[in-house]
Write a protein that binds this ligand. Structure first.
Ligand code: NAP
Length: 436
């Protein structure tokens, strides 16, 4: 291997948990390869943790510190890798590092989904890199394909399964017929879900990733607050059984797309559990896996699939960013920063054209179907399929609609809920991945 005379790149890693431990291991084990790829030695010079007393394996105790603030501004640090998680202290630490001229790599979706604007500005002002490939879908390369490979194309839609916990829960419910609560408890026991699973099951994690994807795909600033979000906690085993009768399964989808509403081009970013047909490419993504389907004007449909979480897979994406940032420092300059020139407005969910699946318990008497159908017709929502099941107290009606505005669909459901012959609307889901 040719020796390089270039100045070494000093790296600080903040956080040594699931991901940080793997990044540190790679920096030690692959030092020679990293040097060859970067064109200069890549040296781990500091690791910040919260609790210095905890054993840290093979890490030289001389590099450990509990003072992350001092570490990120040290003169011998070129690149800071933030793997702490949450908003603070990472937001302040990253801003401080960027202002001090360090390039920054982060896997922090919660932070990037809200504060990418101010952090990108700080990176631009210091002419350094801010990379975050690992913040969306773990090991799966999706940020760099969108920002670089597709930089000459127009992306119209990015839709995917970007939360492994909820995908594991829905896959298990589908396969075993078990109830949501039981599968969630098992997921916590197996370590697939956190002790407080709220961010995953209520869709907040997927919404953060949707915001990041939409910003990049559509060259506009989209934050987590702009993303319409519904989680999976209301999904029942019955919903999955009913979905099968329509040749569908249920997945928590993050959807980002350009839409036209009232003659204006807008961005719709939304997260919700939806029925998708068995033949859709996302229907076969099971367990804790992630997948993202990108639709671009000239490239057509591209699918990215793989491990969306876990220490080693996530570290792979972090290391990729680290090599890019280190190369840029060796060669001078930096990679592309945030591009928000399009500044498209955000569409409310009401503007989106969707299909609905509505399941309701109804009185077992003649004429109910006609009354329900009349409510849909009133708002020009046309019905694609109807199933009637059971009798007496367990009489159930399931309606699947064609595409119509979400406003008209939801107003129809609200009207149906008030009908005397409808005992209860037990489930309302959207249907995605079809052309009608
Ligand atoms: P984690 O296991 O909880 O580790 C967090 C680390 O941060 C711990 O080492 C902790 O120190 C340290 N820390 C906490 N507060 C600190 C402070 N004030 N100063 C210095 N260190 C501090 O987290 P993780 O799972 O590795 O996740 C890290 C980041 O990667 C998060 O943004 C997460 O969203 C993202 N991510 C994770 C995954 C995954 O599969 N885990 C996938 C994609 C993205 P102690 O060890 O002393 O407690």
């Amino acid at each position: 291997m040719a020796a390089t005379s270039r100045r070494p790149i000093g790296v600080a890693v903040l956080g040594m948990g699931n991901v940080g431990t793997e990044v540190v291991r790679n920096l030690n084990d692959k030092a020679a390869d990293l040097q060859a790829r970067v064109g200069a030695p890549v040296e781990l010079r500091g690791v910040a943790v919260r609790d210095l007393a905890r054993p840290r394996g093979a890490v030289d105790s001389a590099v450990l510190t509990d003072d992350a603030e001092a570490l990120v501004v040290r003169d011998d640090i070129d690149v800071v890798v933030e793997l702490i998680g949450g908003i603070e202290p990472p937001r302040t630490l990253i801003r401080t590092a960027l202002q001090a001229g360090k390039s920054v790599i982060t896997a922090n979706k919660a932070l990037m989904a809200v504060h990418s604007g101010e952090l990108s500005e700080a990176a631009a002002a210091s002419n350094v890199d801010l990379y975050f490939e690992a913040a969306v879908a773990g090991a799966i390369p999706v940020i760099r394909p969108l920002t670089q490979s597709l930089a000459g194309d127009s992306v119209n839609r990015v839709a995917g399964i970007v939360n492994g916990t909820t995908n594991y829960i829905l896959s298990e419910m589908d396969e075993t017929g078990a109830a949501y609560e039981d599968v969630l408890a098992e997921a916590v026991r197996l370590g697939y879900a956190e002790a407080d699973p709220t961010a995953d099951v209520e869709g907040h994690d997927a919404a953060a990733k949707a915001a990041i994807l939409a910003s990049i795909a559509f060259h506009s600033r989209v934050t987590a607050n702009d993303v319409y979000c519904e989680g999976i906690s209301a999904i029942t085993a019955d919903d999955l059984v009913a979905a099968k009768k329509f040749d569908c399964t249920v997945k928590l989808l993050s959807i980002c797309e350009r839409i036209e509403a009232d003659g204006v081009e807008k961005i719709s970013a939304r997260v919700y559990p939806a029925l998708i047909p068995f033949e859709h490419p996302l229907a076969t993504v099971n367990g804790a896996f992630n997948a993202v389907v990108v639709e671009a004007e000239d490239a057509g449909r591209l699918m990215f699939y793989g491990q969306g979480a876990g220490g080693a897979p996530t570290a792979s994406a972090v290391l990729g960013d680290l090599v890019m940032a280190a190369r840029n420092r060796v060669n001078g300059g930096r990679g592309p920063l945030e591009s928000t020139y399009a500044s498209l407005p955000i569409a409310p969910i009401d503007d989106v054209q969707t299909r609905y699946y509505v399941s309701m318990n109804v009185a077992d008497k003649a004429g109910v179907l006609e009354q329900v159908a009349a409510e849909f017709a009133k708002r020009s929502v046309s019905i694609a399929a109807v199933r009637q099941e059971g009798a007496g107290e367990s009489a159930r009606l399931i309606v699947v609609t064609h595409r119509a505005s979400d406003r008209d669909q939801s107003e129809t459901v609200a009207a149906i809920e008030k009908m005397d012959s409808v005992i209860k609307v037990s489930s309302v889901l959207r249907l995605e991945g079809t052309n009608d």
